[in-house]
Design a protein around this ligand. Structure first.
Ligand SMILES: Nc1ncnc2c1ncn2[C@@H]1O[C@H](COP(=O)(O)OP(=O)(O)O)[C@@H](O)[C@H]1O
Ligand SMILES: [Mg+2]
Length: 605
């Protein structure tokens, strides 16, 4: 037991990244951290002083006897000082609760925002990995007050240690043996608690994946995204059963270690109580035999419960420290994840000239956890101001190509160049500003119609009219104008006053967002699939005017959307099998011709 206790203490000292935790808290809330620590110090000083005055009082009384008039003033002095300390202690304690709350609030906010910052800084490949979701979940579950709790447990330990010294000196004055006896009885409690924290942590890590699964089932059952299907397929009971069975599994795991802890705590608290009563017996018998005085007994009765409390407090703070430290490691685990898209140390500036050419050269790409490449040996030229179309069956690799062009992934081999420079030489954030893609699974933001469009250039200082121009260009103005609050109407039905629109109307908002952006390349990845035939035809018939002098890449399953393109690439199984203009490809009577000449394929979305 002793060995494992020491190992745990050793783990605690090596794992406790105190400096890093302190730095984190300090950056979050300098003033309030300093103030709250100062208050804690004052609080404990007042606690000691009230205790010390009581000791003085007892000393005075027991030395001269209560009836001695000479000492009346001394008694009154100590009594009032003790009372004053006690009152101030209570007052400071009450104020420090507020201060600590303010400080923890700031720290919690800061940590939350750091968690979000880390998450958003990671590239898309993290979203392919279950391990990442596990780390993210652990970091979020940790609760942002844990680092703070570590600092306060340390302050608590110091406070308790100081109390211990004061009380120990009182106990030692009675009989020095009382102290080690007491300590010996408390240590098993501490050991059980630290052990529990350890097994709880191991369980938490082991259960993260299952916890996520149960969270997923619960989302399926409660969120609006699947509400329609779950009802029409009658999946409710089935999903509920799965959810309940996972929850029961999780609970039984937790109960198992809780049960072990309860047994052990029963034993250790019995041991502690035996210790307490042995000491009382020792003192009482001592007083019968005249070894201890009445003053000693009085002092003992004041100091002993305090000592007991302080030792208990100490064991609680140490185990809390241990437990919280394990938790805090989860957020550092997240903070330490680095994006796998390397940023060059000295990024090149994005070319200023209005004409920029993008080119994909001999590019192949395999997804992080995939076995086979999704794209092989791709060569595509996108000259400035031109419209390029990419067509191909489902799963051909079109969207993957777009993700690479937005530098959401890096190619496995080959390169993408901007005016001849490999895009990896630019800062990815700056590069992404050049390209604006409307993805197949575009975002439906439950904010105002205006903000849905403004998200296309959130940092830009732009005129409000530009939002309306973008909406006109995509055709979104047709429905926005029917709302009484027009552009201020909240979209979607998540929030009160929200206004749900059809999927095609959402798509028009997403296209308006792309038009509003300052990007020099606009990509529409099946972004008109939900538009009615008229709206789509209107959009593409005058597409060149709508995009101004920008370049565009259009992906669509409808010939009407791609036939105006300057150049068309046909993708099949991750390879380019044909390329040319609409007329050339139709004349070729190959893949492209077959894709659009079959009615079934024509209507494919
Ligand atoms: N995140 C991913 N991880 C692994 N494979 C993926 C991922 N996304 C897509 N794929 C695979 O890549 C292939 C091409 O997908 P995608 O580019 O979306 O096709 P398209 O847009 O042409 O329909 C598909 O076979 C799909 O299974
Ligand atoms: Mg796609």
């Amino acid at each position: 037991m002793m060995k494992s206790f020491l190992t745990k203490l050793h783990n605690l000292s090596t794992n406790l990244n105190l400096l890093r935790i302190l730095k984190l808290i300090w950056s979050a809330s300098k003033t309030w951290t300093a103030v709250s620590i100062a208050f804690i110090v004052i609080e404990s000083a007042l606690f000691f002083s009230s205790l010390y005055m009581l000791k003085k009082l007892i000393d005075t009384v027991s030395k001269y006897g209560i009836s001695n008039v000479q000492n009346e003033s001394e008694v009154i002095k100590y009594l009032s000082l003790a009372a004053l300390s006690a009152i101030s202690y209570a007052a400071i304690k009450a104020i420090s609760v507020y201060i600590t709350e303010k400080q923890s609030g700031e720290v919690a906010e800061y940590i939350d925002s750091k968690i979000h910052e880390s998450a958003i800084g990671l590239d898309l490949s993290f979203y392919e990995s279950p391990e990442y979701f596990d780390i993210l979940k652990r970091a979020r579950d940790m609760g942002s007050d844990r680092p703070n709790m570590i600092v306060f447990s340390i302050v608590d330990i110091a406070k308790n240690a100081m109390s211990l010294v004061v009380i120990a000196s009182m106990l030692v004055a009675i009989d020095w043996r009382l102290f080690p006896i007491l300590a010996l009885f408390i240590i098993p409690t501490l050991w059980v608690r630290i052990n529990f924290a350890d097994s709880q942590n191991a369980l938490r890590i082991a259960q993260t994946a299952l916890e996520r699964k149960s969270g997923y089932m619960s989302t399926l059952l409660t969120a609006d995204t699947h509400a329609k299907e779950i009802r029409s397929f009658g999946l409710g009971d089935y999903l509920r059963k799965i959810h309940t069975s996972i929850r029961l599994d999780l609970l039984s795991g937790r109960l198992k270690i809780s049960k072990r802890r309860t047994y052990k705590e029963l034993i250790t608290s019995t041991i502690a109580a035996i210790g307490f009563f042995s000491c009382i017996a020792y003192i009482a018998i001592g007083s019968i035999h005249g070894r201890t005085s009445v003053g000693d007994i009085t002092l003992f009765l004041v100091a002993f419960p305090q000592a007991f409390n302080v030792l208990q407090g100490l064991s609680t703070s140490i185990s809390t420290l241990y437990q919280n430290n394990i938790f805090v490691k989860s957020i550092f685990e997240l903070f330490d994840l680095k994006s796998s898209l390397p940023e060059v140390p000295n990024p090149l500036p994005i070319p200023e000239d209005s004409l920029i050419n993008l080119e994909i050269k001999n590019m192949s790409f395999t997804y992080p956890h995939a076995k086979r490449p999704t794209l092989s040996d791709i060569n595509i030229k996108m000259p400035a101001g031109k419209i390029v179309a990419v067509v191909g069956m489902n799963g051909a690799g079109k969207s993957t190509l777009i993700k690479l062009m937005c530098r959401l992934y890096d190619p496995s081999s080959g390169e993408i160049t901007l005016n001849g420079i490999d895009i990896r030489n630019f800062q990815s954030r700056e590069f992404r500003k050049q390209i604006c893609a409307v993805f197949q699974d575009f975002g439906k933001y439950n904010v105002s119609a205006a903000d849905n469009i403004r998200f296309g250039d959130i940092d830009g200082q732009r005129r409000e009219e530009e939002i309306e121009e973008a909406a006109k260009n995509s055709g979104a103005d047709l429905f926005i104008d029917t709302f009484p609050d027009r552009y201020q109407t909240i979209m979607g039905r998540i929030f009160e006053d929200g206004h749900e629109v059809s999927i095609g109307q959402w798509q028009k908002l997403a296209i308006a967002r792309a038009f509003y952006s300052k990007a020099r390349f606009i990509i529409l990845d099946e972004a008109t699939s939900a538009l009615d035939a008229n709206a789509e035809k209107t959009l593409f018939d005058s597409f060149r005017e709508r995009i101004g002098n920008r370049s565009a890449i259009v992906i669509s399953h409808r010939q009407s959307a791609v036939k105006h393109a300057d150049y068309i690439y046909m993708l099949s199984n991750g390879k380019i099998v044909e390329s040319g203009t609409n007329e050339e490809l139709m004349a070729l009577q190959g893949h492209y011709f077959k894709l659009f000449n079959k009615n079934s394929a024509q209507n494919q979305v």
